[in-house]
Write a protein of this length. Structure first.
Lengths: 130, 135
């Protein structure tokens, strides 16, 4: 089956991102396809490489980056939600005159249309959030 | 992408206090560009999102409720409000924004977009939907 994933919460306040990560791993192990993972609302905070949790805690951002590299996942951060919350890639840095960027490996910033497209192209869209 | 799917946007939260309602509305408006069969449902405190007479002047947050009036122009005219959620909050359909659309199949007659449905009817609607986005 082809899944689309939507994540609506940041990495640590809510368990949503960890649950989604576990779901995606289990789906891939079972031979399913992940069309796209779309990060919305505070979910965009899963896409900053500046996340530095204590050593004895899980690094959720790094886990997404690693999983994306391993399985060529399409991790998309919503541009409008990202602009509100200071998640910046090189393109956004240039466009908005910022002094740096913080997007994590394997993530890209794009529009909400990518979420609707995930709904159209996937057999199931699964939403993780509050 | 010629495929048309039934999208249901489920709104469960109060309009202010969290950003879910506003960012949900942004998704709904974008979805119109994809010419899908889009519906919206308002349940729980989500019914307050389309309450009449919202005034956020003391909050310092933009009152975005007038934007719902534009939904009809985006061909989003299937708006379901859960009866039980209204009743639990002492609201009736008269307390809601009079959301309407012009029906092109009926000589552009102005019609109500809002339909009050029971939770059982809403469950059926969810069952018939291809994609459910919950906010």
């Amino acid at each position: 089956m082809k899944f689309g994933i939507q994540i609506n919460e940041g990495p640590y306040t809510h368990e949503a991102s960890t649950t989604a990560l576990n779901f995606v791993k289990a789906a891939l192990e079972a031979g399913h396809e992940i069309f796209r993972v779309f990060f919305y609302h505070d979910g965009v905070n899963n896409g900053t490489r500046y996340t530095t949790p204590p050593q004895d805690d899980r690094n959720i951002v790094a886990a997404w980056s690693e999983l994306a590299a391993e399985h060529k996942l399409d991790l998309v951060v919503c541009v409008a939600a990202a602009q509100r919350r200071g998640i910046v890639d090189e393109g956004e840095q240039e466009r908005n005159g910022k002094d740096g960027n913080n997007i994590a490996d394997g993530f890209r910033i794009s529009g909400l249309g990518q979420l609707i497209e995930a709904g159209i192209q996937s057999e199931r869209l699964v939403v993780f959030g509050d | 992408m010629s495929e048309t799917k039934k999208f249901l946007f489920v709104n469960r939260k109060a309009p202010y206090g969290t950003i879910y309602a506003w960012e949900s509305l942004e998704v709904v408006l974008i979805s119109a560009a994809f010419e899908q069969d889009a519906r919206m449902a308002f349940i729980d405190d989500g019914v307050y999102q389309i309450a009449k007479g919202q005034d956020t002047s003391e909050l310092g947050i933009k009152n975005f409720s007038p934007t719902y009036n534009a939904l009809g122009d985006y061909d989003i005219n299937k708006i379901y409000v859960e009866k039980e959620s209204l009743e639990a909050r002492g609201l009736t359909v008269d307390d809601l924004l009079p959301l309407t659309y012009e029906d092109e199949d009926d000589d552009w007659a102005e019609k109500d977009s809002i339909k009050v449905v029971s939770s059982a009817e809403l469950a059926e609607l969810m069952d018939q939907s291809d994609v459910i986005l919950s906010f």
